[in-house]
Design a protein around this ligand. Structure first.
Ligand code: NAP
Length: 205
């Protein structure tokens, strides 16, 4: 389930009214979860999971669930390390999938003065120490934390180098150091729908 918040049915992916205001639905993510469980019962899906859910919303899912979500796919990188949400998901047996692990530099809504994660000199220093690229450090950082990680590239050489992360390990000290770069730097905030009743990012985690 891509997001917890629902939009008006049968009106396209992100429906808006004539005043350019998003149209919401009262539909609940718990009902959606029950419907997804039926797909598993029917053999139409093997694994089902959630994305962009906060801890309270996960608690609501678990109250009605007979299947624990396989994963919660959320934005995660050194500027938004999701320490508490990661611990929470682990305590419930839910893996965390880290999206935008490289900071999503090509997101359409990026502003020219937004910080560029991959240009951070602190990460460059760590990368030089291990003889790896910053992207490889960012990917390995997720693996050290037990996360699934989904960097995106359309460039063949980058896809290859992004996989070349299994011949080294980051020390615990360096993982802790990278965690300390947290600046609540969420890039996929969708804050244009923050008045939705189920918008997930109005609480700390
Ligand atoms: N569940 C959700 O709500 C949600 C939200 C956002 C994203 N996602 C998913 O998460 C995945 C990744 O997120 P993302 O695309 O936002 O961000 P990302 O993986 O952090 O960054 C992708 C960008 O990094 C560049 N890049 C990739 N490898 C590189 C390397 N080794 N060196 C330098 N630059 C590199 C890519 O360029 P090139 O492609 O030009 O090589 C692209 O511009 C996608 O599959 C996306 O669908 C999910």
């Amino acid at each position: 389930m891509h997001w917890p918040q629902a939009y008006k049915e049968d009106s396209g992916l992100f429906p808006k009214d004539s005043n350019d205001k998003f149209l919401y639905s009262e539909a609940s993510y718990t009902d959606a979860w029950k419907a997804m469980e039926k797909l598993v019962e029917k053999g139409l899906a093997k694994s089902i999971g959630i994305s962009n859910f906060n801890s309270q919303q996960i608690e609501e899912i678990l109250k009605v669930a007979t299947i624990v979500p396989a994963t919660n796919q959320v934005e995660c990188h050194p500027y938004l390390p999701q320490i508490k949400l990661s611990e929470f998901c682990a305590s419930k047996g839910i893996t965390l999938t880290a999206y935008s692990p490289l900071g999503s530099p090509d997101r359409p809504w990026a502003k020219p003065d937004d910080p560029q994660l991959m240009d951070d000199p602190k990460l460059k220093t760590i990368a030089d120490k291990y003889g790896k690229t910053v992207a490889q450090i960012l990917i390995r950082y997720q693996l050290e934390r037990g996360h699934i990680v989904i960097p995106k590239s359309v460039t063949k050489s980058r896809i290859a180098s992004n996989f070349d992360v299994f011949d080294f390990k980051l020390s615990n000290e360096d993982v802790a150091l990278i965690n300390s770069f947290d600046c609540n730097g969420r890039v996929c905030h969708l804050n244009w729908v923050k008045d939705h009743k189920d918008y997930p990012f109005n609480i700390p985690y």
